[in-house]
Design a protein around this ligand. Structure first.
Ligand code: B4P
Length: 197
């Protein structure tokens, strides 16, 4: 298996690049943002609970997200690997993910971390808010709160994988194709080695 985390602040292009990467490498795409939005549109109790946090730009509680990931891993036993998009977002989620993968005799091969300036992040999310209908993109206060949550809780996830020497920084500004080429360069290189020793 080849398992990768696409990491970065809100609006860094995780969702955009994930779609292209799963098409190229045939990995199973797991986006906790998409899973949560689907729960919200299905008006499930999990979705109604998650919406309270997402509308304010806060992270959804760890236990909710970890339960969803557990289900997603169990229901995809025969895949070539997973691309985790928007997960893990806290140190606790990272530890849980490592444990779940170890139980399946595998690991995270690499975390590719998209580096984008705060000014560019806000510009992208405000622009998406004009068309996406996403309530968390619709006002700049909520966007800033999401970026604040990233600095407070999510940046620590990179430290977790840096200790394991699994982080590769990738410049996340430029055209979508330029960024895709930088990501595939790293993946092609790492796919040739065993990173779970
Ligand atoms: P997510 O759905 O993960 O979304 P995101 O971080 O806002 O955006 P992403 O980085 O995927 O950006 P995208 O490619 O779309 O999270 C939403 C919320 O869900 C969180 O705030 C949280 O509440 C909750 N949540 C999710 N996972 C969680 C977890 N694990 N734990 C707790 N809570 C969780 O790109 C953004 C825009 O930029 C797009 O419009 C795109 O077209 C544009 N763009 C992309 N690349 C570009 C480029 N190169 N140049 C110009 N524009 C570009």
């Amino acid at each position: 298996m080849f398992n990768l985390i696409l990491f970065g602040p809100p609006g860094s292009g995780k969702g955009t690049q994930s779609e292209k990467l799963v098409a190229k490498y045939h990995l199973k795409h797991i986006s906790t943002g998409d899973l949560l939005r689907s729960e919200i549109s299905g008006k499930t109790s999990l979705g109604l609970e998650a919406k309270k946090y997402m509308d304010k730009g806060f992270l959804v509680p760890d236990e909710v997200v970890i339960g969803m990931i557990n289900d997603a891993l169990d229901s995809n036993p025969d895949v070539a690997g997973f691309l985790f998009d928007g997960f893990p977002r806290t140190a606790i989620q990272a530890e849980e993910l490592d444990d779940l993968l170890a139980q399946k005799d595998t690991c995270i091969d690499v975390m590719l971390a998209l580096d984008v300036s705060e000014e560019e992040l806000i510009k992208r999310l405000v622009k998406r808010g004009q068309t996406s209908g996403r309530s968390d993109d619709s006002n700049e206060m909520v966007i800033k709160s999401r970026i604040g949550e990233y600095h407070k809780k999510t940046a620590a996830v990179a430290d977790h994988y840096k200790k394991k020497k699994k982080v590769e920084m990738v410049k996340g500004e430029g055209t979508i194709e330029e960024i895709f080429a930088r990501l595939t360069h790293e993946i092609d290189r790492l796919m040739k080695t065993d990173n779970c020793i």
